[in-house]
Design a protein around this ligand. Structure first.
Ligand SMILES: [Zn+2]
Ligand SMILES: [Zn+2]
Length: 231
């Protein structure tokens, strides 16, 4: 069963531009995002709109696509956990040689043509007698390669306070006196240890306070319940 690449939503007809070297064709298309760009937590959702703007140049032995692809990036900021809803843009060049077998994975081609790697281009096959350029794997490769390992809502996101979780973007002056807090906690610990060592003194102080409170409460309750003093 032959796959009709011309039916692919990523297909660009290139028969005309490829008919003679030196021609160009401008590209401005909206395509669905291919699968596999990021994951369910962060990436470009499959099927969402990708705008591809650029141009195709026909060279002696293939077609060169130079383009900018823009898509909606979805996920969470890795610092402040805010939902990301931003355009993600990737600029790329891809080369489509006329004589590249359709079944050859592009990484084999890269290994064979080391010199070509200097230009930073990736190589993809054309389809249907070099009349169809299909951008599915091209878009996937370049978007996957461009996704940040740590997505940010903005480049200078201040993130969350590690002490209390406050959003530091909303309050850049926010801070805690970290050293004071730690020393005072140590101070509390020291006092408790001293109380434990003293033993009876510390325990009797605490139970004494408790007893006083209980007595007060009991007296008040008794008075209120009776309305008047019983005796
Ligand atoms: Zn953020
Ligand atoms: Zn804080």
């Amino acid at each position: 069963m032959a796959i009709h690449r011309s039916d692919s939503p990523w297909a660009i007809p290139v028969a005309q531009v490829g008919s003679r070297a030196g021609q160009t064709k401008s590209v401005d298309m909206v395509m669905p995002a291919p699968s596999g760009i990021g994951d369910e937590y962060f990436g470009i959702p499959e099927g969402s709109d990708v705008r591809v703007e650029g141009r195709i140049e026909s060279l002696a032995d293939g077609l060169l696509l130079t383009a900018t692809a823009t898509a909606g990036l979805v996920g969470e900021c890795s610092r402040c956990l805010k939902s990301l809803d931003q355009d993600w843009l990737v600029q790329f060049s891809a080369y489509f040689p006329y004589d590249m077998p359709e079944s050859t994975p592009d990484f084999d081609g890269d290994e064979d043509i080391d010199a070509g790697e200097d230009e930073g281009e990736d190589t993809y096959p054309l389809f249907e007698n070099a009349t169809i350029m299909d951008l599915e794997s091209t878009l996937r490769d370049f978007f996957v390669g461009s996704l940040p390992s740590q997505p940010l809502c903005k480049p200078d996101c201040l993130g969350l306070c590690p002490e209390c979780g406050a959003d530091l973007n909303a309050d850049p002056q926010h801070h805690h006196d970290t050293y004071d807090a730690r020393w005072s906690q140590l101070g509390d610990l020291k006092r408790r240890l001293e109380q434990l060592q003293d033993g009876d003194d510390g325990t009797s102080d605490e139970s004494g306070d408790g007893t006083d409170d209980d007595n007060d409460a009991g007296t008040n309750a008794g008075t209120d319940a009776n309305g008047h003093p019983a005796s």
